[in-house]
Design a binder for this molecule. Structure first.
Ligand code: TTP
Length: 687
């Protein structure tokens, strides 16, 4: 259950930055001739042209939607360019997109605390930067303001279309504005500058929401896409929230939202306003009642976590229809591929970031031939993670078998048991930095393995992943190794049995060791396959910990009507950056922080690797088996886990979570191609 947190300050400045049609932009950077073309990135699965996972704004204008497959997209937009995701190990390889996301994060992190929320989304806490700017640069004294700032959408402004920029200028420079709005105005300058930096250094455009908390910033970032930013002044919060359908609010898509509808007749956030805090507390308990009361008023104390790196790593693949895996041997073959990929990513994380993961989780989608209780989900299973591809694979197979036994309700020893697996993924979570200076990495793994021997993995040690994803972790009982867990909303205590190999254990076990002076050498040793010794001891401690908080992308279609209304009255072009790049000059300012906006740099020339394209056909539900089932409630899905799923699964999950996001964002005629003069494209792609 969600829990209320006091808003730390109503004058925080939080931005949510969301890349525009991200995978398409990554592909367009690689192949600049695609810029300005209706383009879509399609799944590895090439059945019916492949499912679309990212659609350019030009293609959206022609009616192409992410729910389509390539063949259908070609019918509505014959000139569409379809690019398949890169492939490795017989499955989609998303590393190019992950790396591109990291480029952006490293730029955005320059101005404040930065939380990487998904592969293409970032939250920023710009409070300090805004306060500093306000002190040093009274906005009302600015003589000229950069176009990109003037292109901002300010939710409380009404306009008749033509004088938007003038209205925005007035709003930004109001002498009588309260402190909160002045800070928001500074936030708009800072975010515009950051977005320009992202464009210059990565060639990607992004959109942003700027507000006093994460919830509002996230709502706003999708309202004006692509390549625009939206400001949510305090006075506009009520108008923004009131019309939103209650079920579209974060954490209200499931049972709680249904209860609000059925039990209290609440269908929109506005409806919720009529209930007193006491009434909501009576109905849902103190925590949830307070949280609901706050949500209705746009109050959220959720902090931006300082996290630039992903919270988890995962590798997965779907096997729909006739491709379902029906023998243990087939499952083991694919687990080998998935575990090798996971292992590589873990080792790369270890090498680059000095981080280690603690929990291995196996997810699967399955069906039974008998279909007697098709409602039953394949239980996700977790165990302590041991490093090394072979060990991960061994443990994953054990986890799978444990899940299968539970799924089928009886021991399965045969190779073919009347079941089929339509989706398989392994993920590594509970990732924490290696404590520096206390012990060597090798010793660290040795100590871990003493606690984490998997040779005696039993069902008792498998942690139901449902528990891991339960949105009810209380902040008051963090696990020692849970420092990077999401903590956006705590909840009523729902303890789960959790594995623990804490740094206390680790440090105690290693206390006599000298600190390693050459981490790199040891990492190389580990990477070269010399895995640490594993002593199968039964001294693994189990600790009861509260369940983990969930996190998911916000379903934003509820803001469509509001956004559309605004779009009807606002016709702000998206070409100011183009002019900025073309003219090499912009409006000027005496102020340093504004002049930073005016700097132009040539676009960096990046050597691009050729795309390796393969295709494979994994049609939807050809044998009548549903492949779009997923065993968690929407509110319980951890966004980072979704990000690490294969695109096929991501699409299913995300479509379910926020099915109408696209419609919300499509702006007729909008395109980010304007940002890229042809000369720049040619420059990057000399033929
Ligand atoms: P989104 O941010 O949801 O969408 P987008 O960036 O393509 O477009 P928009 O401008 O409307 O924000 O997703 C980011 C990337 O994640 C997207 O480019 C492709 C990938 N993705 C999938 O692979 N499957 C999915 O179902 C979704 C929703 C996204």
């Amino acid at each position: 259950m969600p829990v209320a947190r006091p808003e730390s300050s109503d004058s925080r400045i939080i931005a949510h930055v969301d890349m525009d049609c991200f995978y398409v932009q990554v592909e367009q950077r690689k192949q600049p001739h695609l810029r300005g073309q209706p383009t879509a990135v399609v799944q590895y699965n090439s059945w019916k042209g492949g499912g679309l996972i990212a659609v350019s704004y030009e293609a959206r204008k022609d009616g192409v939607k992410r729910s389509m497959r390539g063949d259908e997209a070609k019918k509505v937009c014959p000139q569409i360019q379809l690019v398949q995701v890169p492939v490795a190990r017989g499955k989609a390889d998303l590393s190019i997109y992950r790396n591109a996301g990291s480029e952006v994060v490293s730029i955005l992190a320059r101005k404040g605390r930065c939380e990487r929320a998904s592969i293409d989304e970032v939250y920023l806490d710009l409070t300090d930067a805004a306060e500093t700017m306000l002190k040093e640069t009274p906005l009302e004294s600015l003589e000229s303001i950069n176009e990109e700032v003037l292109k901002s959408h300010v939710l409380e402004l009404s306009s008749n279309g033509n004088d938007d920029k003038e209205l925005v200028r007035e709003w930004l420079q109001r002498r009588d504005a309260d402190h909160r709005d002045k800070l928001l105005a500074c936030g708009a300058f800072i975010v515009a500058e950051l977005r320009l930096q992202v464009l210059r250094e990565t060639e990607f455009t992004c959109s942003a929401g700027i507000a006093h908390n994460k919830m509002l910033a996230k709502l706003a970032s999708g309202m004006n896409k692509p390549a625009q930013q939206t400001i949510v002044p305090f006075a506009s919060v009520k108008g923004l929230l009131e019309p939103l359908p209650i079920k579209k609010m974060k954490q209200l898509g499931g049972k709680l939202g249904s209860s609000l509808q059925i039990d209290l007749g609440v269908n929109t956030v506005g409806d919720l306003l009529q209930f007193s805090q006491e009434k909501l507390q009576d109905f849902y308990g103190v925590n949830t009642g307070t949280w609901l009361w706050n949500v209705a008023r746009g109050i959220s104390g959720e902090e931006v976590e300082g996290r630039l790196l992903p919270k988890s790593h995962g590798s997965g693949k779907t096997f729909p229809g006739p491709r379902a895996l029906k023998t243990l041997a087939a499952v083991e073959k694919w687990l080998k591929e998935l575990c090798e990929e996971l292992s590589e990513r873990l080792q790369s994380d270890l090498e680059k970031n000095k981080r280690v993961a603690h929990t291995l989780t196996l997810h699967a989608n399955a069906y039974k031939s008998t279909d007697t209780d098709s409602y039953k989900k394949f239980p996700s299973k977790s165990c302590p993670l041991r490093y090394g591809g072979g060990k991960i694979q061994e443990d994953a197979v054990n986890l799978f078998q444990a899940g299968l036994r539970e799924y089928l309700g009886a021991y399965i020893g045969s190779q073919c048991g009347g079941w089929g697996i339509t989706g398989l993924s392994v993920s590594a979570s509970k990732i924490v930095p290696i404590p520096s200076g206390t012990c060597s990495i090798t010793r660290y793994f040795q100590c871990r393995d003493q606690f984490h021997s998997s040779s005696e993995l039993s069902d008792e040690k498998f942690i139901p992943e449902d528990d891991l994803l339960s949105p009810s972790r209380s902040e008051s009982h963090p696990a020692p190794h849970q420092t990077e867990q999401q903590t956006e909303c705590g909840g009523e205590e729902a303890p789960v049995t959790y594995d623990i190999t804490s740094f206390d254990q680790y440090e105690n076990a290693c206390k006599d060791e000298q600190a390693s002076s050459d981490i790199t050498r040891e990492v190389s040793h580990l990477l070269s396959g010399a895995e640490s010794c594993s002593t199968p001891k039964q001294n693994e401690r189990q600790l009861r910990l509260p369940g983990k908080e969930s996190k998911m992308k916000y379903p934003s279609d509820g803001i469509r009507s509001y956004g559309q209304k605004r779009k009807a009255t606002k016709e702000k072009g998206t070409s100011s950056i183009l002019r900025f790049l073309q003219s090499n000059s912009c409006s000027t300012s005496k102020q340093d922080n504004v002049s930073a906006l005016q700097e132009t740099k040539p676009l960096s020339s990046v050597v691009q690797e050729p795309l390796v394209m393969e295709s494979e056909s994994f049609p939807g539900s050809q044998n009548g088996r549903s492949t779009n089932t997923w065993s968690y409630k929407a509110d319980e899905i951890d966004q980072s886990v979704v990000d690490e799923l294969p695109p096929e699964l991501q699409e299913e999950v995300r479509t379910w979570l926020r099915p109408q996001k696209r419609a919300n964002m499509v702006k007729q005629g909008s395109s980010i191609a304007h940002y890229f003069p042809p000369s720049k494209n040619e420059q990057r792609n000399p033929k």
